[in-house]
Design a protein around this ligand. Sequence first.
Ligand code: HPA
Ligand code: ZN
Length: 326
Amino acid sequence: PSLREFAFGLPKAELHLHLEGTLEPELKFALAARNGVELAEKTVSEVTATYDFTDLTSFLAVYYPAMRVLQTAEDFHDLAWAYLQRAKEHGVVHVEMFFDPQAHTSRGVPFDTVVSGYRRAAVRAQRELGVSAELILCFLRDFSAEYAMATLMEALPYKAWIVGVGLDSDERDNPPAKFAEVFARAKAEGFLTTMHCDIDQAGSLENIRTVIEEIGVDRIDHGTNIVEDPELVELARQRGLGFTCCPVSNSFVTEQMKTDEIVGLLRRGVKVTVNSDDPAYFGAYVADNYIALAEKAGLSHADLAQLAINSFDASWMTPARRTAHV
Ligand code: HPA
Ligand code: ZN
């Protein structure tokens, strides 16, 4: 098969995907019309013209304001359902989807509206697409630790619908230690944990060390700056720690896919995976990310298969469900 056929056909798990990052301009217009929201941009090309990112901050400045079209549980369902159908076309059989409840509760949308809309799409994906879909609640790290803790408390009645918790948004001046207590409580409540350690952020390596040695996360999102410390790489390898890499996203926020870092970790036996992050904004769903990385780094079909195996190994599927898929 061609690279394209192979990358699309490969059964895979997607582990780093922000549901709010799957909002395509066409759906944004439809939701705006449905909810009577006035938008500054009137055409798809006017929207995509604002996707002029040079770093994480300039991305987030476009990402959050777009969310105001999301208001009802039906809106959240429709967003996730559109993504899940697309993911199926990209060979995804299992997905663990981030969502940012505080991006909605902070503007008056109830927590239950967000999570019940997303959950309905996840259940529907299993039944109608044969795709298993789980939710990971992400705290916004530029909000306070108190607000994160209050959000965690709000999530407790929904434990059966939320497999784990994560941490995203602006890492600058918001290191992992700020949320140590929140994550300790989340673990005590039975949630699995992951945190973003974004590419080339100031203090990135220090933050990666903190999340491994002090927070004790089950996975790391991005985190490829770990290559700067070979001993820490060895520790991550021994522990079988998963890294959710997003090559096309990297190329938007740093002007590089970070191919050498991702492939270097792969060659050393670290469980790196390939994911899409915010596909509507970066113009690439998950198989597109496999293809982009393969073309840039000259990866073989066997390398791509290893990345897909890693995606199941690093996933939070139970062993029984894992054998049902692979
Ligand atoms: N990093 C930080 N915040 C985010 C990201 C990311 O990759 N995607 C969506 N919010
Ligand atoms: Zn992300």
